[in-house]
Design a protein around this ligand. Structure first.
Ligand SMILES: [Zn+2]
Length: 168
C-alpha cells in the first residue's frame, strides 16, 4: 500500500475516533496529527518508504534484522510504539490533556496502517513473532487506480469533516 493511501486512511480513522470520543477541536487536531504520524510509522522498516528515507540508518537496521513487514507490522508494535510515544511526551512534560489524544491518534493511525496492509496481497504478520501472515478476504489496495480512488474519497471526507469539526 502506498504512503499516500496510508496517510489518507490514518487521518480518516483518527477523525472518526475523535468523533466517537466527542473530542473538542484542539484534541481532534492532535489526534489527526498523531494519526498521520502513526500511519507512516510501520513502514520505518522499509528504507525506500517515505518515512524510512527520513530515518535511513534506523530503517536499514530494522529491515536487515526483521525484513520489511516484520515486527513493525504487528500488534506488539502498536503497543510498543504507543508506549514509547507516551513515555517520550511524558518526559517532554506534555500535559495529559494533549499527550493522551496525540498518543491515541498514533495508535489509531498505526492500526489503520496494519488494516490497510492486511487488505493487500502480501498481508501482515499481526501476531509476530509468529510468521503467519494475515490477509483479508477482500483485497482493496492493489496499487492501481482503485487504490487512488479510495484514497481520494478518504481525503475528501477528511477535508469536509475536518472543516465541520473546526467550525463546531
Ligand atoms: Zn506497511
Amino acid at each position: 500500500m502506498m504512503a499516500f493511501t496510508h496517510i489518507a486512511a490514518g487521518s480518516a480513522s483518527a477523525l472518526l475516533a475523535a468523533d466517537w470520543l466527542n473530542a473538542p477541536a484542539p484534541q481532534t487536531l492532535l489526534m489527526l496529527g498523531g494519526g498521520v504520524l502513526g500511519s507512516m510509522l510501520p513502514d520505518i522498516d522499509h528504507p525506500g518508504s517515505a518515512f524510512g528515507r527520513r530515518v535511513l540508518p534506523i530503517s536499514m537496521m530494522l529491515s536487515a534484522v526483521f525484513g520489511h513487514r516484520g515486527i513493525t507490522h504487528s500488534l506488539l508494535a502498536v503497543v510498543g510504539m504507543s508506549a514509547l510515544a507516551w513515555y517520550s511526551l511524558h518526559h517532554l512534560a506534555w500535559h495529559p490533556g494533549y499527550s493522551v489524544p496525540f498518543v491515541v491518534g498514533i495508535a489509531v493511525g498505526y492500526l489503520s496502517h496494519l488494516a490497510g496492509d492486511w487488505m493487500t496481497n502480501s498481508g501482515v504478520p499481526l501476531l509476530w513473532p509468529s510468521k503467519r501472515r494475515f490477509v483479508a478476504p477482500l483485497r482493496l489496495f492493489t496499487g492501481d487506480f482503485r487504490e487512488y480512488l479510495l484514497a481520494f474519497v478518504m481525503y475528501g471526507w477528511v477535508i469536509v469533516h475536518g472543516m465541520r469539526t473546526a467550525g463546531r
